[in-house]
Design a protein around this ligand. Structure first.
Ligand code: SF4
Length: 350
């Protein structure tokens, strides 16, 4: 992999068109290269047969098509597959393929590590190394497809990192998925999950792209949420709820509120009441996530006080929500045997 050539992968159709015009080439060349890169998934300019030899040579000299190399994979008993890729500068990132009867979902990363410090999250414990480029984000999809027999049907931006803190690269990757030319995935099948970067939620709403949005909620109370997610001190729950209400209105989509069940902290009757009130105000559903304990990582501080809510309490909690007409799903914790379940990515790097 050449570290010094400019990455072509990650450019949107519009950016490719500008680039080819700047190079003195015809605009339609951009369309051809877009197809080769993102639909035919070639990793060598030599294979772009409808380009002239001199153009192929020019591209080869200045640009690279390879952003990530496959490093290894692990398969869980339930079929979840964790893929580890290496960036050109030697960082490792993870993507996870989660098959079920109807879908074959890919969870992708947007950063190496994460600068936020959500107290339930193994990636947060790892610290932050760098933002991924749009090419590195999109390439996880192209490469993952080589490691699963079924077509990938859905993409979730829920792997390592906070996508809205790497906004431009995340946006470019969404634009590539959104482009009518791109086969396979549409933004209706894509979820961007955020810890709550309110101004960027508004910005994303105004792009008109309309991926589905998930907010890591975890508590309806400011003080408790700040303890679980320190980013709440910067962008309050109030601000984020206003932002997601705007997002739902602007995109005509339903927000998913993610809710990790933490014993004694957010699984009380008053939490149920607050969730009922919230979901009455914003078109939304709740995704209840059993907590994968971090105790074996010997966490310190507030993380050390977090324990999973018992299964029967989760069931009662969910039932009460459903009795009050709240749409709620319990997320399967597939993949916890290979550290690929929610909040576990990066465990093995510690
Ligand atoms: S939950 Fe997401 S935003 Fe929070 S620390 Fe983990 S990766 Fe970062």
């Amino acid at each position: 992999m050449n570290k010094y050539k400019t990455q072509l992968k990650g450019l949107t159709l519009e950016e490719l068109q500008s680039l080819f015009l700047e190079m003195g080439e015809a605009k339609f060349r951009a369309l051809q290269v877009f197809n080769w890169m993102y639909n035919f998934r070639v990793t060598s300019f030599d294979k772009m047969e409808n380009l002239s030899k001199p153009l192929r040579a020019k591209l080869k000299e200045n640009y690279s098509l390879i952003t990530l190399n496959f490093a290894s994979s692990e398969l869980s008993a339930g079929g979840t597959k964790k893929l580890i890729f290496e960036t050109a500068d030697g960082n490792k990132i993870e993507s996870v393929i989660i098959p079920d009867e109807k879908r074959n979902t890919l969870c992708i990363s947007t950063q190496v590590g994460c600068p936020l410090d959500c107290k339930f999250c193994a990636t947060g414990l790892m610290g932050y190394k760098k933002n991924l480029s749009a090419g590195e984000i999109f390439d996880q999809y192209l490469l993952a497809q080589q490691h699963t027999e079924r077509d990938i049907t859905n993409i979730v931006y829920m792997g390592m990192g906070e996508p809205l803190l790497n906004y431009n690269a995340t946006l470019n990757s969404l634009k590539i998925f959104a482009e009518a030319l791109t086969k396979g995935i549409t933004l209706k099948k894509t979820i961007v999950s955020t810890s709550g970067i309110a101004p960027k939620i508004i910005e994303l709403a105004d792009t008109g792209l309309k991926p589905k949005l998930a907010l890591s909620l975890h508590s309806c109370f400011e003080k408790t949420r700040s303890k679980i997610m320190p980013i709440n001190e910067k962008y309050s729950l109030k601000e984020n709820l206003e932002a997601v209400a705007y997002y739902a209105m602007k995109t005509k989509t339903r927000i998913t509120f993610e809710y990790i069940m933490l014993k004694g902290l957010n699984d009380r009757d008053e939490d149920i009441k607050a969730l009922i009130k919230l979901t009455n105000q914003i078109p939304s559903k709740i995704n209840v996530i059993p907590f994968n304990s971090l105790q074996h990582m010997h966490p310190t501080g507030f993380s050390a006080s977090l324990f999973p809510t018992e299964k029967n309490r989760i069931e009662a909690f969910v039932q009460k929500l459903r009795d009050n007409d709240v749409t709620v799903m319990i997320r399967d914790t597939q993949g916890d045997d290979i550290a690929a379940a929610c909040g576990q990515l990066a465990l093995k790097f510690k």
